[in-house]
Structures are given as structure tokens and as C-alpha cells.
Design a protein around this ligand. Structure first.
Ligand SMILES: Cc1cc2nc3c(=O)[nH]c(=O)nc-3n(C[C@H](O)[C@H](O)[C@H](O)COP(=O)(O)OP(=O)(O)OC[C@H]3O[C@@H](n4cnc5c(N)ncnc54)[C@H](O)[C@@H]3O)c2cc1C
Ligand code: FES
Length: 268
């Protein structure tokens, strides 16, 4: 059972539009967090709303034995709205690291990352983690999509990690006008990577999974859903795989990362 802790806010900055970047001082056990794992975070000092909300880990820092956690979030409702109003020094209930993250072979040479909007958060942690583990990312590409340029955040760091960058927006305000899955498919006609990792809205994930299947590329996606407990206790995040084994995995403990061949794409 994961221990609940009080995490102190170090910073809580608006990046642009509804997007925020928060830093939290946390216990040292977070130093072992893996890309794709998530946390359940309280969003107000008064515990109202009562339920913690799930957020992907964007970055873990572990300097001089002091550990801190970074999250990117988009304000969509009451919890994230309250979170955006908090200040450095405020403390929040934190549970984690939770779930199963991305898996990868030690001999990775080329990967494609496909992110939609805030879905860039776990892929950032993944790219930094791979680089730290001496995986050369020079042949790898980030495909990033959003509704408009306002939905594209913190992507320059992928260039500094050596990755290529391909951007699309629905309204054409940055990059190619259209869907990021179309950019991905155009590129797959030229070359296929060892694996695709993706996080973003469900329609995007469904398209990415389908295209990966067509081009026979291994693909892992990080799913998002409403979560009450984050620990397998409330059954709220169970879904039917649709595969013949008739199992009901829980996104919080069996995921949030799944290999697309293990799930029913109609679920998305
Ligand atoms: C594993 C996981 C990782 C996540 N990582 C991040 C992250 O890194 N950054 C981030 O900003 N958000 C992330 N989310 C989504 C985040 O948890 C929700 O946006 C948040 O719970 C909304 O809380 P709220 O109280 O502001 O909104 P609510 O008032 O609870 O809901 C507002 C609206 O948003 C919808 N909504 C709520 N949660 C989700 C969801 N998970 N997917 C789609 N729609 C939703 C509701 O249906 C409602 O329409 C993640 C979710 C999961 C399950
Ligand atoms: S969120 Fe409670 S079981 Fe998954």
C-alpha cells in the first residue's frame, strides 16, 4: 500500500492559456519513479474536492538527496481550477508513484513519440529518462498536436535531447494544419521506428493505435480516465479488453500504459 504524504508546493506557474507547471517537494521514494507512472494529488488545502486527481509525472529531480516532483496540468474543472490558485509553501495530499509505466528494450535506437496537448507530460519524463540511460535519441521524433498553438507547451526540450520535431494544429496556427496522426502516418511511409509511445485524447490514441497496427509497429499508449482511488480499490477505472481472455484490467494498477495489441481499440 502506497503511503500518503504531504507535499509542499515549490512553484505553481502559468505557462500559457490554461496550462500550468507545478513543482512539489516530496519523499525520496519518488526518486525511483518510472516514466508513465502517475500520482494522485489533492487539489486544495481544504481537501475540497475530496478526491485526489490523477496526474502524470512530468519530471523527478533528485539533487543532494532532496527529491521533487514536477507536473504539467491543464485547468478543466473545479479541482484543477483550485490547484491553479495555490501558492508556494501550500501543502497538498500526494499519493504515488502509481501504476505501470512505459517499458523499453535496452537497445532502443529509434522511437516515435506522439503527444496530444497535455499528453506531452509523461513523454517528456520518458525522453529524459531514456537519454539519462544513454539511449541515443538522434533518430527519434516527437509528433506533437494540439487544437491551436496555445495547446503546444514545453516541447523545445525534446530538441535539446537530440530529437526531431513535427508539429500539427487543428487550426493551422503552428506547424501543419491537420491531425497529428496524419503526420505520423506520412512519416511511417518513409521509415518505421522500433516502437511508438503515445499519450493524448482518446480519439488521437485510437488513431495512433490503428496506424501502428497497419504499419506493424509495436505501440504503447498511456490511457486517461476518471479515477477515484488510483490504487485498484474502487473499481471505477476497470474496462473490458475485448480480447478473448475476458479480463477487466484497471487503468490505475494494470496501466495507465498498455500495449495496443493487448486492448480493444473500440474501448477508446
Ligand atoms: C493516469 C492519468 C494521468 C493524467 N495526467 C494528467 C496530466 O499530466 N496533466 C493533466 O492536466 N491532466 C492529467 N490527467 C487528467 C486529470 O486527471 C483531469 O484533468 C483532472 O482529474 C480534472 O479534474 P478537475 O476537478 O479539474 O475536473 P472535473 O471537474 O473532475 O472534470 C471537468 C471535466 O473534465 C473531464 N475530465 C476529468 N478527468 C478527465 C480525464 N482523465 N480525461 C478526460 N476528461 C476528463 C470531466 O468529465 C469533466 O467534463 C490524467 C489522468 C489520468 C487518469
Ligand atoms: S481508480 Fe479506483 S480502481 Fe482504479
Amino acid at each position: 500500500m502506497k503511503k500518503q504524504q504531504k507535499a509542499i508546493i515549490l512553484w505553481n506557474n502559468n505557462l500559457q492559456a490554461a496550462y500550468y507547471h507545478i513543482g512539489l517537494k516530496c519523499d525520496n521514494e519518488f526518486a525511483g519513479a518510472k516514466p508513465g507512472q502517475f500520482v494522485m494529488l489533492g487539489t486544495s488545502k481544504q481537501n475540497s474536492p475530496l478526491l485526489r486527481r490523477p496526474f502524470s509525472i512530468y519530471e523527478i529531480n533528485n539533487d543532494d538527496g532532496k527529491t521533487s516532483l514536477e507536473i504539467l496540468y491543464r485547468v478543466v474543472g473545479s479541482g484543477t481550477r483550485q490547484l491553479a490558485g495555490l501558492q508556494p509553501g501550500d501543502s497538498l495530499s500526494l499519493l504515488g508513484p502509481l501504476g505501470k509505466g512505459f517499458s523499453f528494450a535496452p537497445d532502443l535506437k529509434d522511437i516515435f513519440l506522439v503527444a496530444g496537448g497535455i499528453g506531452i507530460a509523461p513523454l517528456h519524463f520518458l525522453a529524459k529518462f531514456l537519454k539519462k540511460n544513454e539511449i541515443n535519441l538522434n533518430k527519434s521524433i516527437l509528433f506533437l498536436g494540439g487544437r491551436s498553438s496555445r495547446d503546444l507547451i514545453n516541447y523545445d526540450v525534446f530538441r535539446t535531447l537530440g530529437m526531431g520535431l513535427k508539429i500539427s494544429t487543428d487550426d493551422g496556427t503552428r506547424g501543419t494544419k491537420g491531425l497529428v496522426s496524419e503526420l505520423l502516418e506520412q512519416r511511417l511511409k518513409i521509415n518505421t521506428p522500433q516502437i511508438i509511445y503515445s499519450c493524448g485524447p482518446e480519439p488521437m490514441l485510437a488513431a495512433v493505435a490503428k496506424i501502428a497496427g497497419q504499419y506493424k509497429v509495436n505501440c504503447q499508449i498511456s490511457l486517461e480516465t476518471l479515477m477515484a482511488c488510483g490504487m485498484g480499490a474502487c473499481l471505477g477505472c476497470a474496462f473490458k479488453t475485448g480480447n478473448n481472455n475476458s479480463s477487466y484490467p484497471h487503468i490505475c494498477i494494470d496501466g495507465p500504459v498498455f500495449n495496443t495489441k493487448d486492448i480493444n481499440l473500440d474501448f477508446l
